[in-house]
Design a protein around this ligand. Structure first.
Ligand code: HEC
Ligand code: HEC
Length: 300
């Protein structure tokens, strides 16, 4: 795959590289006087310092010229073997992406014996195993803490993983699936179908579901609006739907926030949470270890 959007750049870089080497060789060739003979008389440049220090104009030493020619040969060799000439891939077809894959395979092979000893232990028991817990915690701090927090308690829009409230489900199998494949929770913006005034009514109703303060005069209209639109994903009772990742709206756990403004904003503009798939970065063994760690956080 080439990173160039036009072949011109590829030719340009190849030309600059080759002309650079050719120019070096030509320069050495033009200074080849020493090949024939040592100059009988060394010229001086006419510069004199401190009365008797003169600057001579000797040709470059032979070893230096030979070394430089050697460097040109090495440069040409690298250009043939490695991708140094624009989009030409080089005889070795080396890419840093392939190198990363190879290094990761090697690391995985080195870690295999460590993970093998845990392979037959069910995730629930793994969660109580001290050594597995330590490994899971390190993996979590390196790969998950930047979004879920080092204590896994999350922050607005990044779910808390230590409680028993789950968007997608909290069994080991579901957690493994979430980590492996990632999740994309989509609540489409409803601003085209719902006016801000209606959204306000529905927001008051939603707040009432979890016992938060709400304006009683708006609840009937809010409930009617909810039953017309929101039930499809959040359920008639507002308890959510784990197959869709639609949160339970009747509990005290909030992904985005419980204020009226936040809820109105969610209704009008929608909401999208993305949990990136980890299968590209982590092995199945590592994901299983992480699932045990995460499961253990809410199943003491
Ligand atoms: C780039 C940020 C990001 C990273 C990194 C990340 N997550 Fe997530 N994770 C999210 C978001 C956002 C969600 C909620 C998705 C949604 O709203 O549908 C989520 C959801 C989850 C869930 C589902 C929670 C539930 O209630 O069902 C689990 C489990 C989870 N993450 C575990 C992990 C683990 C383990 C890691 C480390 C391998 C990790 N996450 C790394 C952002 C992240
Ligand atoms: C198409 C399915 C769907 C419909 C219809 C839908 N929602 Fe959602 N809703 C979701 C999903 C999925 C999420 C989680 C988004 C995420 O993961 O970021 C969500 C999130 C929310 C949240 C944030 C919850 C929190 O814990 O912060 C609120 C509030 C909410 N919806 C209210 C409503 C209301 C009110 C309606 C009706 C006007 C509605 N939703 C209609 C799917 C839906």
């Amino acid at each position: 795959m080439s990173d160039f959007f036009s072949n011109t750049w590829s030719y340009y870089i190849a030309t600059v590289s080759l002309v650079g080497v050719a120019w070096c060789v030509w320069l050495l060739f033009s200074q080849r006087r020493w090949l024939k003979q040592r100059p009988e008389q060394v010229q001086d440049t006419g510069h004199v310092w401190d009365g008797d220090l003169t600057e001579l104009n000797n040709p470059v030493p032979r070893w230096w010229t030979v070394m430089y020619l050697g460097l040109c040969v090495i440069a040409l060799g690298i250009m043939v073997l490695y991708p140094a000439l624009g989009s030409y891939p080089g005889l070795l077809e080396f890419t840093s992406a392939k190198q990363v894959v190879a290094e990761r395979e090697q690391q995985t092979a080195e870690m295999k014996p460590l993970f093998d000893q845990f392979a037959s232990i069910p995730v629930e028991d793994l969660a109580r195993n001290q050594e597995a817990h330590a490994i899971g915690k390190r993996l979590f701090l390196n790969n998950c803490a930047q979004c879920h927090g080092s204590d896994a308690k999350g922050s607005p829009n990044f779910p808390n993983l230590t409680d028993s409230d789950w968007l997608y489900g909290g069994t080991p199998e579901v957690i493994i699936k979430t980590i492996t494949e990632g999740r994309h929770g989509v609540m489409a913006p409803l601003g085209a179908a719902i006016t801000p005034a209606q959204a306000n009514e529905i927001a008051h109703y939603v707040r009432s579901l979890s016992g938060l303060t709400s304006d009683p005069t708006l609840l009937a209209a809010g409930q009617a609006g909810f039953k017309k639109v929101c039930f499809a994903c959040h359920g008639m009772d507002g308890k959510g739907n784990q197959a869709l990742g639609a949160p339970n709206l009747t509990d005290s756990v909030w992904l985005g926030g419980s204020s009226r403004d936040t809820i109105v904003n969610t209704i009008l503009h929608g909401r999208q949470g993305v949990m990136p798939a980890q299968k590209h970065f982590l092995t199945d063994d590592q994901i299983r270890m992480l699932a045990a760690y995460v499961w253990g956080l809410s199943n003491k």
